[in-house]
Design a protein around this ligand. Structure first.
Ligand SMILES: [Fe+2]
Ligand SMILES: [Fe+2]
Ligand SMILES: [Fe+2]
Length: 140
């Protein structure tokens, strides 16, 4: 598996968690943990490298900025009364924004990233991502 497949697979997990959280607000904690762990490691493992390549630099910086917006929205959801009708609507807005972000990665950034990384490098990144993701999620 390469890093792009590993990250896309994790996007699928989070899409499912968004659907679960819309049904049952208790799933928000799990969703939040996955989003934070995903973004932290995607940045460290992939975007730090893609920012050093001319072809992917701008898109990599945009993706990190979008992580920042998602984090702001997560903090807002954490601090907003969960029983309020607007909480569920805020969650929907977060889902729409995050879906835009995932799609941009899957359709634009990852294919370009695959062109600038060596296959061996990409496979090593996937191993590292899987390892740290499991480790970090286990203690949350
Ligand atoms: Fe991602
Ligand atoms: Fe991302
Ligand atoms: Fe975007």
């Amino acid at each position: 598996m390469d890093i792009f497949a590993a990250l896309t697979r994790h996007h699928e997990t989070m899409r499912e968690l968004f659907a679960k959280a819309a049904e049952n607000r208790d799933f928000f904690e799990e969703l939040k943990n996955h989003l934070r762990v995903h973004h932290r490691n995607e940045e460290k493992i992939l975007y730090d490298v893609l920012q050093t390549r001319e072809k992917t630099r701008k898109d990599a910086i945009e993706a990190v900025e979008e992580h920042h917006i998602i984090e702001i929205m997560l903090v807002e959801l954490e601090n907003f009364p969960r029983e309020h009708e607007r909480w569920a609507i805020k969650l929907e807005v977060l889902e729409e924004y995050t879906e835009h972000h995932f799609e941009e990665e899957e359709k634009e950034i990852f294919p370009q990233g695959a062109e600038v990384l060596k296959e061996s490098e990409s496979r090593q990144m996937a191993e590292r991502f899987e390892m740290v993701k499991e480790k970090q999620l286990a203690v949350l």
